[in-house]
Write a new protein. Structure first.
Lengths: 423, 508
């Protein structure tokens, strides 16, 4: 076997030592020089920013000609950043002035050119800036970028269209999804939300006419932007074969409140898919209709733990019906449902409020507290009976607890999973 | 006899030479990839504009899990910092894992905790939970009081059982999150919630930093050498190692001190394995395994922006225990998942990441010590020329320094946390000190950890912690290592959840 030590000749020695040594030295030098340069750069930048701020009106109105700053890298960057930042928060009048500035100064053309001819991150940067400039003439270029083969560029375009936030931009995204593009929902949904939250009716029309590919995404967004009084029939969505769409339909029905929304949601609350039932339960809570209470009680006894928990949470949030709800849940003989309901009342602070009002709340409130004590969930009440700031509240709670001890059952603290998810 | 010995030495020399060449080549590739990934990420940040994403209703809620055992010195600050993170919807679940000090009392006093009857549902089996407490001052805070079985993983599982959000973020009780850390670490999950099953952020050493109101006010290098060397080590590990591996979707570890996991994917693999020594790596490896066996399109992401500040050991004893434990944990995870190694069914994870972890991480101390012995024996036998010896030592030393400089370079170019010239010069200085002082000792500690694993020895020592204080001008000196007690026995049963249901619960 040849010795590995015989490999060493002068060339290898130099390579082994000089290679890393040189790289390390260069890295150290680079860091040091960069630091010094950055310190200088920030000084210059601060001076430049001050001058630009002082002359801002003249720059925007082109009294200071663009040649004075367009060809100086630092100045151009500062002017660009300032203008784009202002554009992001500008009202209609200032936006018009800035749009004219972008056009007349040549900045718009620079980035249009870059969006057409550059590749990679330069193109993405150009598209992003064009989007922020909000110029109508740059819109086709952003839409065109949706058709590229680069996933990063298409993602950037979707984001930019979302930033533009008009229904036209939204329509471009919908077309893009319709073409079967593998658009990540996390990118497309916020963008569509931005585009349609001012005009949900357009999205509703698009959703109702959409095919199977884009309907789930559009329905999810519509569920977030829907407003009361939308003149559409969403029953088709509620009866869709895709459970994702049905789940979104529940939220849409709750937000849009068309005639028959309660019935539609009751039907969805009996859906075979658990997350559709879950959404329907949440949506029923959103209706704030006492007619939904029986369905919610059924939800509190659902076979899926999350549906039960959420139904209890919705029931716990209904004000003024505490006693009725507790009685109805008690009637189901479902201890887990009752425990979940009381736990949610604890979590939301409702139980604490109820206990604090025990003296002045009347017999209904007292009866509700007695029912809670009967369930065995007395930890919070016991603690309040010992520590509440008002003596008469403490006394009344202590009396209720003393009376209730005769019938109290054991609290359910350690509940096995199988008990919560019924077969 | 002499000839045979010479042959053996020459063979050993070849092995050592090939090993060092390969490991250095891999590190170089990782360094280049990391620089590339950092550049790409930096460019993407310009367009991501996190605040715009925040305003949409599609941002997923997050449950932050904080296992705490005898963390009285820093728990209130830590929970305060967690409750003040910039994120629209969070719940913080602190699991008091049988603390024998005033951890629970401090939480109870500061956050006005009250006993509650909120049911604890044991989806993943854990030690008994004796109480669920809710805060009267902040409804987002829930505290589980739990009987300790001496394992952090068990406390995390209790938190996982209680978590109501589709993503859970595991944070150590002695850690401080930056305000935008959660927003940044969840950026990959926000963009692609169906594919991202876990996402990791960077952990940095808080030692030496100036704290104010539960947040790091001024970043400073620690005063002592041992802490400073760890700052460099963390930078190299996170900015080069993890970033590089994540780029190939082969990241096998997300720090238990700060990581986000898809809750249902986590539950699907049975949560954190209570018998694991390194439960964080163990979880990620099992998630890889589960996802690959189920045919998911998934990704384990790493983002270097979100920062979690944590105390690093400040004594040699604490550090040696920590490093031995990490090595022990690594060996444990690799051995338990040995069927994945070189198994084409597990794709690049089985064919690249696992063999790398075996050869260049787990067995590295053994091979390195073997290399030293070979070189020493060769020198003694006269096989080694002085020139070669010098080239070997200096070349290895300089290359090691170059890699550390690469991490410092990335830090300086993109993140720039250490702004003072004195801090920068110390960081650069440590790049050249570390291979001389720290690396050989660390190799010995790691070898000890490996020996402990082979001998089935696990000795955990609870160490004093100074904790954070918002009034102090500098962060604690003499902070000890996190001491968590775990041991090994049987694996917990995994609760199988169908793949298509994993995302469904997010919609609730």
């Amino acid at each position: 076997m040849p010795s590995v030590f015989s490999l060493t000749d002068a060339t290898l020695d130099w390579l082994a030592l000089l290679g890393p040594g040189l790289v390390t030295l260069l890295a150290v030098l680079f860091i040091l020089i960069r630091r010094i340069m950055r310190a200088r750069h920030f000084r210059r930048r601060a001076e430049c920013a001050m001058r630009i701020r002082q002359d801002w009106e003249k720059i925007v109105s082109l009294q200071i000609l663009p040649v004075d700053w367009l060809f100086d890298r630092l100045k151009r960057r500062m002017v660009e950043e300032t203008a784009l930042d202002r554009m992001d928060i500008a009202g209609p009048e200032e936006a018009r002035a800035l749009e004219a500035f972008f056009q007349k100064s040549g900045l718009l053309d620079c980035y249009k050119d870059a969006a057409r001819h550059e590749r990679g991150w330069r193109r993405r940067e150009a598209i992003q800036k064009l989007g922020r400039m909000r110029a109508a003439e740059s819109f086709p270029l952003v839409v065109e970028a949706l058709g590229t083969h680069s996933p990063e560029t298409t993602v950037e375009s979707v984001r930019v269209l979302g930033g533009i936030g008009t229904p036209e931009a939204g329509a471009a995204i919908v077309r893009y999804i319709k073409n079967g593009s593998d658009c990540r929902p996390g990118i497309a949904e916020p963008a569509l939300f931005n585009c349609y939250h001012g005009d949900p009716c357009q999205l509703a029309r698009a959703t109702l006419m959409a095919d199977d590919l884009e309907r789930p995404v559009l329905a999810r967004v519509l569920a977030e932007v829907a407003i009361p009084g939308m003149p559409y029939d969403f029953n088709g969505l509620a009866a869709d074969s895709n459970p994702d769409v049905r789940a979104s339909a529940a939220r849409i029905l709750s937000a849009a409140r068309p005639p028959g929304a309660l019935d539609g949601l009751r039907t969805l609350a009996g859906d075979p898919t658990w997350f559709v039932r879950l959404r329907a339960i949440v949506a029923l809570g959103g209706l704030n209709d006492t007619g939904a209470i029986p369905t919610l009680i059924e939800g509190a006894c659902d076979r899926h733990r999350l549906v039960r928990s959420r139904a209890a949470s919705v029931l716990g949030a209904i004000d003024g019906e505490e006693l009725r709800i507790i009685r109805l849940v008690e009637k189901t003989n479902d201890r887990y449902a009752l425990q979940a309901l009381i736990a949610d009342m604890e979590r939301s602070g409702k139980l604490e409020r109820m206990a604090s009002m025990v003296v002045d709340g009347g017999p209904h409130l007292e009866e509700a507290l007695q029912a809670i004590i009967r369930s065995g969930a007395v930890r919070m009440l016991t603690e309040m009976a010992g520590s509440h700031s008002k003596q008469h509240v403490r006394q009344r709670l202590q009396k209720l607890l003393a009376d209730g001890r005769r019938v109290v059952s054991r609290p359910l603290q350690h509940v096995p999973e199988e008990s919560w998810s019924k077969p | 006899m002499v000839k045979a010995l010479t042959e053996i030495l020459q063979f050993s020399a070849w092995v050592t030479c090939i090993y060092y060449t390969t490991v250095n080549a891999i590190y170089t590739v990782l360094l280049i990839q990391s620089i590339w990934a950092t550049r790409e990420h930096h460019r993407q940040l310009r367009s991501m504009r996190a605040e715009r994403n925040l305003k949409t209703p599609f941002t997923p809620p997050v449950s932050i899990l904080v296992p705490a055992r005898n963390e009285q010195s820093g728990i209130v600050e830590s929970v305060r910092s967690l409750l003040s993170v910039d994120y629209p919807e969070i719940e913080v679940i602190v699991v008091n894992d049988g603390s024998t000090d005033a951890t629970l009392a401090q939480l109870r006093d500061y956050f006005q905790l009250r006993a509650s009857d909120i049911p604890y549902v044991e989806i993943i089996p854990t030690s008994p939970v004796t109480g669920v407490l809710v805060s009267a001052t902040d409804r987002r805070l829930t505290v589980l009081d739990k009987v300790s079985c001496g394992r952090k993983a068990d406390a995390l599982n209790a938190g996982l059982n209680m978590a109501a959000s589709p993503f859970v973020c595991a944070v150590d009780g002695d850690s401080i999150l930056e305000r935008d850390a959660l927003t940044n670490i969840l950026a990959p999950a926000r963009n692609d919630p169906r594919r991202i099953i876990a996402s990791g952020g960077i952990v940095r050493a808080v030692n030496g930093c100036v704290m104010e109101d539960g947040q790091v006010k001024h970043v400073r290098m620690p005063r002592t050498l041992i802490e400073g060397l760890q700052v460099l080590e963390y930078l190299r590990s996170f900015l080069i190692g993890r970033q590089g591996w994540a780029r190939f979707n082969m990241l096998l570890i997300i720090s238990g001190a700060f990581g986000v996991f898809q809750r249902d994917a986590c539950r699907a693999v049975g949560g954190f394995r209570t018998t694991a020594i390194g439960e964080d790596m163990d979880l990620i490896v099992r998630m890889h395994r589960h996802a690959l066996e189920s045919g998911w399109r998934y990704k384990v992401a790493f983002v270097a922006d979100p920062v979690c500040w944590t105390e690093v050991p400040s004594t040699v004893r604490a550090l040696s225990l920590q490093r031995a434990r990490w090595q022990n944990g690594l060996a444990d995870v690799l051995w338990r998942n040995r069927d994945m190694t070189l198994n084409p069914a597990y794709g690049r994870v089985g064919l690249c990441a696992m063999p790398y972890q075996w050869i260049f991480e787990c067995l590295a101390p053994l091979i390195e010590v073997f290399g030293w012995v070979t070189v020493a024996a060769s020198a003694a036998c006269g096989l080694l020329s002085h020139r070669f010896f010098l080239v070997l030592l200096l070349g290895g030393y300089l290359f090691s320094g170059t890699l550390s400089m690469g991490a410092v370079l990335i830090e300086e170019m993109v993140y720039r946390r250490y702004n003072r010239w004195s801090d920068l010069s110390r960081l650069i200085g440590y790049c050249f000190l570390e291979p001389l002082l720290y690396r050989p000792i660390n190799t010995i500690w790691r070898l000890g950890g490996l020996w402990d694993y082979v001998g089935r020895r696990n000795s955990w020592q609870l160490l004093q912690r100074n904790g954070f204080s918002s009034r102090q001008s500098a962060a604690p000196e003499g902070v000890a290592a996190t001491a968590k007690r775990r041991d090994r026995s049987a694996e917990p049963p995994g609760a199988a959840i169908p793949a298509d249901q994993v995302q469904r619960s997010m919609m609730g």
